[in-house]
Design a protein around this ligand. Structure first.
Ligand SMILES: Cc1ncc(COP(=O)(O)O)c(C=O)c1O
Length: 399
């Protein structure tokens, strides 16, 4: 891994032939500090968003001590790196062996569930431990989010109330957890969810120790723009105060995207231009899965020599390097009219779920990581405590 100052310098000095992850650990730290200061509760980082060591180290160095892990591999990775970390195993469906080893070998005490069968599995595999912290995952409406997460996991209504009662009988600490969906564009979705959860707690008539509002905090991709992050925190704070069913509960959240999206971009090379189609060396089987299949429009900019004049922008589609026709990112991505073979494009805000989803299909997908200390293309934290150099969006770099 190399260290450079900026994307422009990287192109000038390395002229990379393969995609490059431009890593900005200072932005991980900045987002973590923002959440630590503004979120009125515990922050568990959702490791699945980006499990790279440099990301985890930046979080740890910024003071993050709690991690949301969803697989045994993530449990091991975080435990081996930070023996003192607090781990929440939040996948509602876990293998028996994974539960057993998480408890006995890795010190995990926090487990999520959304069925009575999973509760039995957790009790069986931990020998009916007396120190379990159980989170019952409630299904809440997901229509305000770009990626809905309410169709696979979560329990509702009377079934949820019954599960809370059963879990209460075995839990040292009992919580409710939900996820409003990833890239949630409406802060009030959290209030709606917390209101629904309060109804279930009332029906169950049990003491709840934790309200875990999950992830969903958004990032500013090309469109549509999310409201300010503070509005999400305000909505959660207000809704938490309005849950009369709680006596002395703790508030938790599990952000993934919001802590890491700004922390890296991908520098890609244009291998060919056919009209408004750019064939680039990164694609849907690599880091751009969400651009191809989930309609995420990452901001982009052309990285050219210093002194080049900004040009008129026009819309392009991207095609990735594999031989598959679905390796196609519709965009539109706005770049100068004269983009040509050999140019470099920086695709911004790729820190969340991009590198983590990349495969090596067709022999592509290798990416070098370099460290930069410049600003990301966009930010959710304009008022945070670091120097900001926010650059023109979707514009040719005037360099
Ligand atoms: C249980 C859980 N918590 C947290 C997250 C992180 O969500 P986000 O990246 O939207 O903050 C996810 C994402 O899938 C999740 O499944």
């Amino acid at each position: 891994m190399d260290s450079v100052f900026s994307t422009q310098e990287l192109v000038r000095t390395l002229a990379p032939e393969e995609p490059v992850i431009v890593a900005r650990p200072h932005r991980v730290a900045l987002a973590a500090r923002w959440f630590a200061r503004r979120f009125p509760g515990a922050v568990f980082y959702a490791v699945k968003a980006n499990p790279a060591d440099w990301v985890l180290d930046a979080l740890w160095d910024a003071g993050v001590r709690a991690f949301d892990v969803a697989s045994e591999h993530e449990v091991r990775q975080v435990r081996e790196r930070y023996p003192g970390a607090r781990l929440a195993f939040t996948h509602p469906v876990k293998g028996r062996g994974a539960i057993r080893r998480a408890y006995a070998e890795h010190g995990v005490r926090i487990f999520a569930l959304d069925t009575a069968v999973e509760l039995d599995k957790i009790l069986d595999e931990t020998g009916g431990a007396a120190d379990l912290e159980l989170l019952v995952r409630i299904a809440v409406p997901g229509e305000s989010a770009h990626h809905r997460l309410d169709r696979k996991f979560g329990v509702q209504g009377a079934e949820a109330a019954a599960l809370l009662r059963s879990a209460r009988a075995s839990a040292n600490t009992l919580g409710v957890a939900f996820h409003v969906g990833s890239q949630c564009l409406r802060p009030d979705a959290f209030g709606v969810a917390m209101d629904a959860v309060a109804g279930i707690i009332r029906q169950a008539a049990v003491t709840i120790d934790i309200v875990d509002v999950g992830g969903g905090f958004p990032s500013p991709y090309a469109a549509p723009q999310p409201p300010a992050m503070q509005l999400y925190v305000d909505a959660i704070t207000d809704a938490f105060a309005d849950m009369p069913v709680l006596k002395d509960a703790d508030l938790w959240c599990e952000p993934g995207r919001a802590l890491v999206a700004e922390a890296s971009s991908h520098l890609v090379k244009v291998e060919l231009r056919k009209g408004d189609r750019l064939y680039i060396n990164e694609g849907s089987y690599g880091a751009l899965f969400d651009a191809a299949h989930c309609g995420i429009r990452y901001p982009v900019r052309l990285v050219r020599n210093p002194g080049a004049a900004p040009d008129e922008l026009r819309p392009y589609e991207f095609y990735g390097p594999t031989c598959d026709s679905i390796d196609h990112m519709r965009g539109p991505f706005f770049l100068p009219a004269d983009v040509r073979e050999g140019d470099y494009v920086e695709i911004g805000m790729t820190g969340a779920y991009c590198a983590a989803l990349a495969s090596r299909f067709n022999g592509f997908g290798a990416a070098m990581t370099v460290f930069a200390d410049d600003a990301p293309m966009r930010t959710m934290y304009p008022d945070a405590d670091a120097p900001q150099r926010i650059e023109a969006l979707e514009a040719a770099s005037p360099l």
